[in-house]
Write a protein that binds this ligand. Sequence first.
Ligand SMILES: C[S@@+](CC[C@H](N)C(=O)[O-])C[C@H]1O[C@@H](n2cnc3c(N)ncnc32)[C@H](O)[C@@H]1O
Length: 276
Amino acid sequence: MNYKQKYKNLYQATSLSDYDISSEIDFVIEMLTGLSSTDILLGKEISSADDIKISEILKERVSTNRPLQQILGKAYFAGNIYSVNKYTLIPRPETEFLVEKCKQEFPKDKIIKILDIGTGSGCIAIELAKYYTNAKVTAVDICQEAVDKAIENARNFCVLPKINFLISNVFSNVQESFDIIVSNPPYIPFSTKIQNDVYDYEPHTALFAEDEGLFFYKKIITEGKNFLNKNSLLAFEVGFNQGHDVAEIFKQNGYVNILFTQDCDSINRVVSANYL
Ligand SMILES: C[S@@+](CC[C@H](N)C(=O)[O-])C[C@H]1O[C@@H](n2cnc3c(N)ncnc32)[C@H](O)[C@@H]1O
């Protein structure tokens, strides 16, 4: 049976590109059956029970515009499957550049303390806890339901003993100092019009920030100096046009080695700096 064409027909009412539709269908098939798009091309069969479930999920996606990751409660990050809920931002591929930047900073076996601010699903904290063999990670978020999900993910990836999860308004409940502070904070200005499915279904506390989206960068860069060890790293994901503003805030606060990392679309996606 040509499953792909059959499922594509369910998307007739949407304005999604053919590429996006195809990726969404592959994602649902994989999450429900474990079959890859190659398996399907090679003629592997989907059971009729799975076929019904897949069609129902795709119909819900098309009729509600709710992101598939929320319908399924699962999302890919760094090649791994994370559990998500309506309180956690769906992890984005751009954020993998932030994780990579943090991995490159120190030797893998360094005894290292890491703070992830705004942990959401826990994806950054967990990937760093997996990579740095001697890491002690603190992961904070203001949202209890997000932290609950992050704990579930940390348990699934067997790194729960390495991560201390805290409810904290940025640094309010943080008491130690760190070699890496990393954050993908809310950074969208309230005035920005964003995609309808993101606006309607993803948590606004994870998306929007005051001060043209710069509120958390200013707060973390200034207050962070009290929580950073000597020769430490502070690294952020930033919005598509925020790189130079964030670099300027770093500069005004005496940080050095201010660097941009570009994403696949050549956008300055990560801004990082050292605190000496
Ligand atoms: C853009 S999301 C990032 C989630 C996750 N780290 C990721 O990269 O997918 C920002 C996160 O910051 C959290 N947050 C918002 N305001 C906060 C605050 N004042 N203190 C701590 N966390 C906050 C949100 O709940 C959300 O989980």
